[in-house]
Structure formats: C-alpha cells, structure tokens
Design a protein around this ligand. Structure first.
Ligand SMILES: C[S@@+](CC[C@H](N)C(=O)[O-])C[C@H]1O[C@@H](n2cnc3c(N)ncnc32)[C@H](O)[C@@H]1O
Length: 250
C-alpha cells in the first residue's frame, strides 16, 4: 500500500463503510441495515492508532473466506463480537483469555480506532478488527464451523416499532450464524432494553439447533466474565435493567 493511502486509511474507511450498492441493471439496492453511521470524526490518537497499526489488527471484507489459523498464527478457538462500540470490553476479554482469538466487527470508525489504541496499550495480540457491516462479513468471510462463539452486547435497540425490522437479532440473522458455529459453540447476547430482550429470547428459543443454558429457560444472571461495556454503563445511569442470554449449539 502506498504511504499516503496508509495515512488516509482511517478517513477512507469512515467514508466508505456505508457505500451505496446497485443491482446489475443499475437500480439502487435498498438494504435494511442495523446501523446508521453516527457522525463524529476520529480523534488524532484514534486516527494514528488505526493508520499505523491496521496491518497488525485490521482485516478487510473480501471475496474469500478468512483463514483463521493463518491470520492468528495458531489454532485457538475464535470468538466473534459484533458491534464492539469503543472496544474496551472486547480488548479486556481478549486480554483475560489469551487462549482464545477475538474477531471484532464495528462500523463506527472512531470506535475501531479507539479499540486498536487500547489493544496496543494493553499489548493484546489475539485480536483482529473489521470495519464493515457484520451481515456481509458473516455471509462472505466466515467459514463454516469456525466460530467458538458469537457475542452481541447492547446492540442498537431501535425503540420504535416501525424500526424493529432494523434490529440485528432476527430469525434470518440467527440462521446465518448457526452453520458458522462449532458444536457446543455459544451465542451470548446482552441488552438493557426489555422489549429487545424478549425478542432475543423468542428468536433464539425458536431455533431448534440451540439450547438455552438458563435454569429458568429465559435469561441468565449477569456473568462476571463479561466486562462492563460503555452502553451498559449508560443504561445503569438511566436506571435500565440488563438481560443476558446464553445459548449453546447442540
Ligand atoms: C449500542 S452500540 C453498543 C456498543 C458496545 N457493544 C457497548 O455495549 O458499549 C451498538 C454498536 O453496534 C454497531 N453495529 C450495529 N450494526 C452493525 C453491523 N451490522 N455491523 C457492525 N457493527 C454494527 C454500531 O455501530 C454500534 O457501535
């Protein structure tokens, strides 16, 4: 890569992550996405972390499947986290679990920069990040039976009923995840929005290949191994409850 384009990488990503797509006959392809790109530029530190370390941490959306042993340099199990926000809890988890590899996907570029900066500070090496729509990464890049788990912490709740179709947790989303999980692989979700928690429970419970680990067949107590996330902290301040769901692939 040319030096100049390396220096501009963070800015290019910020502009290209939500590019429009067209059908073969040139019509605009309207996609229901689970995110709207928040405005907000990268800070100088986030930009520098991303531009100078993308070769160590960054993966690109590509035509072929990822080769995880080659990417991570080992055969450790891979955990995927979608929508890691600023990445703090993801980096903390990667540091706490050095015998796992973590793959984080986030469309918000300042978050990707902040995550890389914190990973450098914490000297975490078992982590890779992708700045792209997770739905497309799942479809195009994640090999069958390659994931030990999926983490989805405080996904955008899309409060209004007319926006519920934008929630990432839908039957089609779970169907796209199922073949990617190994036997006994987990799906761990958390939300501070009760109505979304109920939707998550319904969608996960309806998937015949999954087993709920909750003793009450609904939610689990907040597990200690999940670090507090930024959105969870915000939920606490607003007096929200928290619901964790933990299912295993049969
Ligand atoms: C409400 S925030 C939660 C962030 C973090 N998990 C936390 O708890 O602090 C949800 C995040 O998911 C990201 N997101 C939503 N849909 C996504 C998608 N399809 N692909 C990648 N990231 C997505 C958003 O950009 C946003 O940063």
């Amino acid at each position: 890569m040319q030096q100049e384009s390396v220096n501009n990488l963070a800015e290019q990503k910020r502009k290209s992550v939500n590019t429009m797509e067209f059908t073969a006959d040139g019509r605009y392809l309207r996609k229901v996405r689970s995110f709207v790109l928040r405005t907000g530029r990268l800070s100088e530190a986030q930009k520098r972390a991303m531009n100078e370390n993308w070769h160590k941490f960054g993966l690109e959306h590509q035509a072929a499947h990822f080769d995880f042993p080659a990417i991570f340099g080992n055969n450790n199990p891979v955990v995927l986290e979608i929508g890691f926000g600023m990445g703090r809890s993801l980096v903390d988890m990667a540091k706490q679990n050095p015998h796992y590899n973590y793959l984080g996907i986030e469309v918000h570029t300042p978050g990707v920069g902040a995550c890389i900066a914190y990973a450098l500070e914490q000297q975490v090496t078992n982590l890779r990040v992708i700045c792209h729509d997770a739905i497309e990464i799942l479809k195009d890049n994640i090999p069958v039976e390659s994931l030990a788990g999926l983490q989805l912490f405080f996904p955008d709740p899309w409060h209004k009923a007319k926006h519920h179709k934008r929630r990432i947790v839908q039957p089609t989303f779970i169907e796209s995840i199922m073949p990617k999980l190994i036997h006994n692989g987990f799906i761990h979700m958390a939300t501070d929005w009760q109505n979304y928690a109920e939707q998550m429970l319904e969608v996960l419970s309806q998937q015949p290949g999954l087993q709920n680990t909750s003793s009450t067949n609904d939610f689990i107590p907040r597990p200690d191994f999940r670090p507090l996330t930024k959105f969870e902290q915000r939920g606490h301040r607003l007096g929200h409850g928290v619901w964790d769901l933990y299912f295993i692939k049969k």
